[in-house]
Write a protein that binds this ligand. Structure first.
Ligand code: ADP
Ligand code: MG
Length: 463
């Protein structure tokens, strides 16, 4: 069997990166996840992980096919024709990668020129994980190709504090830095509304050019990013103006990026044709961070800070404050502030941190766990496919996580054993009874089991 390409893959992509000046963020987003599926003397098949990277086969093919072929030839001496294929979505990988510190940011002058940009909000310091990787990959793709042809509109949605604005700023910054020929405008719904209201008022008081100026501002651009669109839904004239702007830009192939607190289909009060329009590009959501992501974000904050917190404390914050990243950062800042205020000469202890966060954390109503959520977390913890966990197969590698899932469901939901059995696709509730007992009996004596349960409880955010 031919494996030269696979065996030398790391060198090949490093060669590519160096010789074709692939910048770090693109390298990590587009090149690193590629995988060699098969190879012969004349061909190679390379998989793109759509779950992580989005639908970018055409783009990768266009930009990297020849460079990759050249790199393969340079490293292995083989001249092959590459075909890119889409990898069937594999179970989600829990890896967390951070672009922090990997790239030089040309700050200052850009921020002076574009005062709307929030400092420190770029792809470089956006922590990528399973909860946001698709949104991130799509944002990178659009930033790299802001020609309205990748995903148009790119529609980002999530609950508050999960990174929509951060991504929109990252896209803006990236385009400003790398594609200065594109004219971009970022605006919040609030600013847009203010502009519309002012223009309408001025045009009524005889300023003939007010509306023209407004249109020039928002329509004479290549890329328009509008943040928190939900706030203009019930503002009739603003909404009208926005749709006309949207249509004009969209029809002429300009790029739109929109953020919202919900997907287009759930935007009550929005006409159906606009829901359809909004959903016609790529609607992509961001989920609350899992434990690993939360921890990675805290580590990143820690790198920027002069006060260092122990791992215990970081882990405590990560497991207790992750409804949103804003909350997570708030909790972290609170502990830091606390430690500065107490000016304790010793390191701050977990007790002190818990104390500092008392109000903060008890404010968060406990999340209600569902069996489905527990099963998902167990599957990802043990790297087993959900379908397989729920199947009839009875190997040890499956029985163990299955029993743990039974145990966690019985501890942290109010479901009956009957229902737990149904959720886990077991025929009989005595299977659940047996499974739960097995775990309970082994727990006091089995270290490995204890570790798994501790980790899982952290991931589930329960005590
Ligand atoms: P949203 O617009 O969805 O309400 P923001 O983009 O304002 O949320 O994010 C809230 C805070 O969390 C900001 O400080 C932002 O920089 C930070 N943040 C969000 N997602 C990430 C991430 N993946 N990595 C690092 N920081 C993040
Ligand atoms: Mg926001």
């Amino acid at each position: 069997m031919n494996t030269e390409i696979k065996d030398n893959w790391t060198q090949i992509i490093e060669f590519l990166k160096e010789n074709y000046d692939v910048i770090d963020v693109l390298y990590r987003t587009w090149i690193l996840p590629l995988e060699v599926i098969s190879e012969s003397d004349t061909d190679a098949m390379i998989a793109i992980d759509e779950a992580r990277q989005g639908d970018i086969i055409n783009l990768i093919d266009k930009r990297y096919k020849i460079p990759l072929q050249t790199s393969i030839e340079a490293i292995t001496g083989k001249s092959v024709e590459i075909e890119f294929v889409s990898k069937k979505s594999v179970p989600e990988n829990e890896g967390v990668s951070s672009y922090y510190n990997t790239e030089d940011v040309k700050t200052k002058s850009i921020e002076e020129k574009y005062p709307f940009l929030r400092s420190g909000q770029s792809f470089v310091n956006f922590v990528v994980s399973s909860s946001n990787q698709l949104a991130h990959a799509a944002a990178v793709a659009v930033a790299e190709n802001p020609n309205g042809q990748m995903y148009n509109p790119l529609f980002l949605y999530s609950g508050p504090g999960l990174g929509k604005t951060h991504l929109m700023h990252s896209i803006s910054r990236y385009i400003i830095e790398n594609h200065p020929e594109y004219k971009i405008r970022y605006t919040t719904s609030e600013n847009f509304t203010n502009d519309v209201v002012t223009s309408i008022r001025e045009s009524k008081s005889n300023n003939k050019s007010a509306m023209t100026e407004l249109r020039d501002k928002y329509r004479n651009v290549d890329v328009l990013l509008i943040d928190d669109i939900q706030f203009i839904i019930d503002k009739e004239s603003t909404l009208q103006e926005f749709f006309h702007t949207f249509e004009e830009l969209f029809q002429t192939g300009r790029q739109l990026v929109i953020s919202s607190d919900k997907p287009p289909s759930e935007m009550d009060g929005l006409e159906d044709r606009y829901k359809t329009r909004f959903a016609s590009g790529l609607p992509v959501d961001i989920k609350p961070p899992d434990y690993e992501t939360a921890l990675a974000i805290l580590m990143q904050k820690q790198d920027e800070s002069d006060v260092k917190l122990s791992n215990d404390i970081l882990s405590y914050i990560a497991s207790n404050a992750r409804h949103s990243i804003r909350e997570l950062k708030g909790a972290y800042n609170k502990v830091i502030l606390f430690s500065k205020l107490t000016r304790s000469s010793e390191d701050i202890t977990l007790d002190m941190a818990e104390n500092a966060l008392k109000d903060f954390i008890s404010d968060n109503a406990e999340i209600r766990l569902t069996a489905e959520y527990i099963i998902d977390i167990v599957c990802s913890h043990f790297h087993v496919d959900k379908d397989i966990l729920l199947s009839d197969r009875r190997t040890d590698e499956l029985v163990y996580p299955r029993q743990i899932a039974m145990y966690l469901c019985s501890q942290y939901t109010s479901l009956t054993q009957q229902v737990i059995a149904q959720k886990l696709k077991r025929k009989n509730h005595t299977t659940v009874q047996h499974g739960v007992k097995k775990i309970k009996d082994s727990l006091p004596v089995d270290n490995e089991l204890q570790m798994d349960i501790i980790m899982l409880k952290k991931k589930l955010n329960v005590n």
